[in-house]
Design a protein around this ligand. Structure first.
Ligand SMILES: [Zn+2]
Ligand SMILES: [Zn+2]
Length: 565
């Protein structure tokens, strides 16, 4: 494997505070090494005046699985718009203008991320019964390392066991073992709960389910679902805590549900995802207001909680969510007017609704402001991850624009002035002076996601770390800077130079394999024989099959912490 020396870059590496900068970064055998004077290098890249950061890590982006494919099929306009060969002449095969912007195909997904300096991406809503498909699609995404969170908490077996355990959860060990078994069987990196219990309740004709409200069939509450899953992951020692898409997504006044969800955790660690969609109040003439301040206060007071924002960006996108209940409600607002709702084996759900965020819409303009307020009001950047919940708030290709909004107040104010006048005149964002620093951006886009996922050798530039490196021109316009790094290395291979893909190695697959008591398999076997469409012995994916599914990429199992049980 080749060796590379990056000479003289300014190093932005918040996971290793105090390390000298500028300095030379050596890369050998895919790892960062300490360069020794006089050492020979296959390639030397002059980097003085440039900024080096670890490769970006997106911990919440819908890039593989059933919903994503449904979104691609539904959004023919998106594909036609970009797939016009006259509009974008292709210089080589890697630049073929393939497959869309808000619902890009696998190849375009990999290329566009890598061109921006990202080297890993995680699919947050893998349906257990569709795990093979999700892994295959992610394996088809070039270059990026990947992993997925499996959805639990709306599957009938989980809810049945939870109901059987009663309020004291006397069968908690069964639920914990089922969680561990599901993660191992689907080769997941984490667990996501979506509208806890609500997707299932929707199938029993409930159209809303608040945190302390009972599911009509199972008589369990979202509070119990959230607490049980968070406790299970904590006791299993899974590095990434429960990934929570809370109750009442998008509903005015849902800040109460979000704060109740944090309370339900009783101090257990958790990650609240796309919180922008869960931080709404009911004040003002339109009964829709920002609750970013309340959300930020709760995050500031609970260091065991992390969030990603799910910033919205103006323009056309498509929303793809496991939250059938909320997507059904949103379907009346679809633009263009079409949508898909689907389910597989009653283990979760799915809704795909195209949507156009408009600057002159009061609600959309306020959503935009709320997302930015959350970024700027949470004190500790290690608790915040930069996302648009691609493609739900907007496509991931808008990240450089978002970074500029966060780093450049005058640019932000200019954008704000273009929005619906009532939002522009009254939102709290107007008075927030904070401009995020390069260090804080590096935390939110690489260091924090690596730490929150338990990826010890990623997200930083210390000796021994994987040589995933993005080298940027230090330009005052941060959008230009972050859109096109000078050089991107993935495990030491030069994969992009000045926005052109130069190599397409296969990415690796992150997963965890928590331990469990095999007695649970008796219960699972019975459940599968009564309800499943495939035999129980065919359900689990083993490591060999995972490798085949993922295009032969490297397997990157993450170690579990010592469990507290
Ligand atoms: Zn979600
Ligand atoms: Zn999402």
């Amino acid at each position: 494997m080749s060796s590379v020396l990056l000479r003289g870059a300014r190093i932005i590496d918040p996971a290793n505070p105090g390390a000298p900068s500028p300095r030379d970064l050596g890369v050998r055998d895919g790892r960062i090494v300490e360069p020794v004077p006089g050492e020979r290098w296959d390639q030397v890249i002059g980097a003085s005046g440039c900024i080096a950061m670890a490769g970006g890590i997106d911990l919440h982006t819908h890039i593989g699985g059933g919903k994503v494919n449904l979104a691609r099929m539904l959004m023919v306009e998106d594909h036609r718009a970009v797939n016009n060969p006259h509009a974008l002449p292709a210089a080589n095969a890697l630049e073929l203008p393939s497959c869309g912007r808000c619902a890009p195909g696998t190849l375009a997904t990999g290329y566009r991320y890598v061109e921006m300096g990202y080297t890993a991406a995680f699919e947050p809503a893998m349906v257990a019964s569709n795990a093979r498909h999700a892994h295959m699609e992610m394996g088809d995404v070039p270059v990026l390392d990947h992993g997925a969170y499996v959805m639990l908490g709306n599957d009938e077996l989980f809810l049945q066991l939870l109901a059987e355990g009663g309020p004291d959860a006397h069968n908690f060990a069964q639920l914990r073992d089922y969680t561990a078994w599901t993660m191992r069987a689907s080769k997941a990196m984490g667990v996501k709960v979506v509208n806890p219990g609500g997707i299932s309740a929707f199938k029993f004709n409930q159209r809303k389910l608040d945190v302390n409200e009972a599911h009509v069939r199972w008589q369990v509450t979202p509070r119990q679902v959230v607490h049980t899953l968070a406790r299970a992951l904590h006791e299993l020692g899974v590095p990434h805590p429960l990934h929570i898409h809370g109750s009442n997504l998008g509903v005015a006044g849902n800040i109460d549900s979000t704060l109740q969800t944090i309370a339900a955790l009783e101090g257990l660690p958790a990650h609240l995802t796309h919180v922008q969609f869960h931080s709404y109040g009911t004040e003002g003439p339109k009964k829709f207001s920002s609750a970013a301040q309340q959300l930020a206060e709760a995050v500031n007071a609970n260091p065991q909680i992390s969030i990603d924002v799910g910033q919205i960006m103006f323009g056309q996108t498509v929303t793809a969510s496991g939250d059938t209940m909320r997507q059904h409600a949103q379907s009346a607002l679809a633009s263009p007017r079409k949508w898909v709702g689907a389910d597989i084996e009653c283990t979760a759900g799915c809704g795909v609704v195209p949507f156009r965020y408009r600057e002159q819409s009061y609600v959309n303009a306020l959503q935009w402001a709320i997302g930015l307020e959350i970024f700027l009001l949470v004190n500790n950047p290690w608790q915040v991850v930069l996302t648009t919940d691609h493609p739900n708030g907007g496509p991931f290709t808008s990240y450089p624009h978002l970074i500029r909004l966060l780093m450049d107040r005058s640019f932000r104010d200019e954008q704000l002035a273009r929005l619906h006048p009532e939002v522009a005149a009254h939102c709290a964002l107007r008075s927030i002076a904070r401009e995020l620093t390069l260090d804080e951006i590096a935390v939110m886009t690489r260091a924090a996601p690596a730490r929150l996922l338990g990826l010890r050798d990623r997200g930083h530039l210390g000796v021994g770390a994987a040589a995933d490196i993005a080298l940027y021109h230090d330009e005052p316009n941060r959008e230009t800077m972050f859109a096109t790094p000078l050089v991107v290395l993935k495990d030491g291979t030069l994969v992009a130079r000045a926005g052109r893909i130069t190599a397409t190695p296969v990415g690796g697959t992150h997963f965890v394999e928590p331990g469990y008591d095999s007695a649970i398999e008796k219960t699972l076997r019975r459940h599968w024989s009564e309800h499943g469409s495939i035999g129980f012995d065919r359900v689990a994916i083993d490591r060999d099959e995972l490798c085949r599914c993922c295009n032969g990429g490297r397997l990157l199992p993450a170690a579990c912490f010592e469990g507290s049980s």
